[in-house]
Design a protein around this ligand. Structure first.
Ligand SMILES: NC(=O)c1ccc[n+]([C@@H]2O[C@H](COP(=O)([O-])OP(=O)(O)OC[C@H]3O[C@@H](n4cnc5c(N)ncnc54)[C@H](OP(=O)(O)O)[C@@H]3O)[C@@H](O)[C@H]2O)c1
Length: 260
């Protein structure tokens, strides 16, 4: 299917590896020019060079920390007028006991997972409206739909983001600007592999055993592949998806046990 976005421009956050990188590659396959952001400029430039060589699209990079306001301003100043914004990237600190969460922990989490997407969306959405096309997608988490207390440092900002995006998604729909979030189940990215190694170290079991045990708990019997996430994102960014907005779309291999 031709997604109808050839020649458009996308900002993809957290694009140096993992899900964000897979999304950048998938959009490049559709002929979308890219502005990629992440903190580590070397890894980002390497990712950009691979995409340029493989797909021949224009790729700019902005090495910046999106968890701080200055980093968001730098990206907005550099990205011109994007047609597509994909927010992705931050992880909460691992700190499962809510009694230990300080005000600083909360502020850091809110900055990275709520204010970052809110400020980037605010910076680009009116331009999208003026041009009559815009696609905003945020990568969040399955825990938005299935909250657990130990994950509230990421769930709370991401639930706030779901509220903001719902408002944006409906306000701008008549201008062909949509806003949706993808609620990520477990995907086999480098960061998940590193976490698997950490769990193996803690349990004293081999990594392969820990990985297989965790995969087996999912209905699909496996973790997601970043390309699967990227395929959904590309469709949400496509010309065909103008009637899908203000949604939180779960992509978790059947891990969520409920109907709605
Ligand atoms: N993979 C999963 O199973 C899973 C499950 C639930 C939710 N998620 C969510 O999905 C997103 C992507 O996951 P992933 O596994 O692909 O992550 P990942 O492999 O760790 O990649 C994260 C990307 O974001 C960038 N990044 C992180 N913090 C940043 C910051 N403050 N400013 C700018 N860029 C930043 C990283 O580059 P730098 O480090 O160089 O900045 C990297 O490019 C995350 O938000 C995660 O919470 C993932």
């Amino acid at each position: 299917m031709d997604l109808g976005i050839f020649g458009r421009k996308a900002v993809v956050c957290g694009a140096s590896r993992g899900i964000g990188n897979a999304i950048a590659v998938r959009l490049a396959q559709e002929g979308v020019n890219l502005v990629l952001a992440a903190r580590d400029g070397k890894a980002l430039d390497a990712a950009a060079a691979r995409i340029r060589a493989d797909h021949g699209v224009a790729v700019e990079t902005v090495a910046t920390d999106l968890s701080v306001a200055q980093g968001r301003r730098a990206l907005l100043a550099a990205c011109g007028d994007p047609d597509i914004l994909v927010h992705n990237g931050a992880w909460p600190d691992e700190n499962p006991d809510f009694r230990n969460w300080s005000r600083e922990d909360w502020v850091r989490a809110l900055d990275a997972m709520l204010l970052s997407p809110v400020e980037l969306i605010t910076g680009v959405v009116d331009g999208m409206k003026a041009r009559g096309f815009g696609r905003i997608v945020a990568v969040t988490s399955r825990f938005v739909k299935e909250p657990r207390l130990e994950h509230m440092l990421s769930v709370s900002p991401r639930l706030g983001l779901a509220g903001f995006m719902n408002g944006i998604g409906r306000e701008y729909a008549r201008h062909n600007v949509t806003a949706n979030a993808m609620l990520t189940g477990i995907f086999a990215t480098e960061t998940q592999v590193a976490f698997g190694h950490e769990l193996a170290r803690r349990s004293g079991k081999p990594f392969e055993a820990v990985w297989k045990e965790r995969e087996a708990t999912n209905a699909a019997g496996r973790f997601g592949r970043p390309e699967e996430m990227a395929a959904l994102c590309a469709f949400l960014c496509s010309a065909h998806a103008g009637f899908i907005t203000a949604q939180n779309i779960l992509i978790d291999g059947g891990g969520y046990p409920g109907v709605f």
